[in-house]
Write a protein that binds this ligand. Sequence first.
Ligand code: GRG
Length: 301
Amino acid sequence: MAVAEHIHSDFYIELENKRRIVNTAMQRVFAEARDINRDLRQALRYTIEGQGKRIRAALLMWCCELVCGSVNSNTEIAAAAVEMIHTSSLVHDDLPAMDDDDMRRGRPTCHKRYDEATAILVGDALLVLAFESLAKYIDNSKVAVALIGELASAAGPEGMMSGQLADLKAEKTKGTKQILEYIHTNKTAKMFRCAAAMGAICGDATDEQYNLLGEFGLKIGLGFQIADDILDVSQSSKQLGKTAGKDKQANKVTYPSVIGLEKSKKLAKKLADDAIAVLEPFGKKAKVLRQLTKALLQRKK
Ligand code: GRG
């Protein structure tokens, strides 16, 4: 089934349910880490309470439901860990040494609301808390180790960190499609692949299910970043909750800057179609993932 499938309003209700679940799990992890310094706790609370879309968490939980029919407490903790890592990367990305942004999730960035040192430590704290929570709350040690391994390889030097440095180094260069694909795969798509794979692991997927869901995650992750590039040039800061037009201002290498807006839209659509094709073996049960793919293509923020 191609991208043309209609998005049912139930999809957005279901997405909101997943947001609530992961927000509660993050609050729990945070509340049970009792010995955090008062100033750090305050800045962490501010950051965790920011209104993220929680797409990676929803993807993780839906992949788990697809392979085993429901989510359990391990899935909720895994989803919280993915969102903590993602949020930590945003806090660091916004720092003056990186993308230097004043606005995130509709509010001042962490270093603007507090200060740079605090924001560095908030990012560090979320990064560590994510792994600590997997070690502490996952009730099966084999599952915990597998989840930790997935998350470390997607967020670490073989994933997001390399993508981020390549992205910063590419500023003010002309860029090529190959460089762009490297940046977007590493800084964004691998985290989507990881979320899908972690959901599969929580649901005790077969090797085939795990591989298919990982491939699906990688494709929608790449499409997600292309859509992000498109939104940067087509939406307002108010709509995005972060500074619009930032990529051009910082001379970033993006899909619209390298291949143009129309070709970027076509590529995002093709990736969505390819992602949906990967879901074929799951049949009707993958409906929510097909809806997610379509929603990501149509998103306005
Ligand atoms: C500290 C783990 C860690 C990494 C350091 C800073 C850095 C390396 C990486 C940043 C990578 C980055 C900013 C990728 C962009 C990914 C992206 C499209 C972010 C926007 O995601 P949304 O739209 O945001 O899901 P919300 O706010 O909804 O969660």
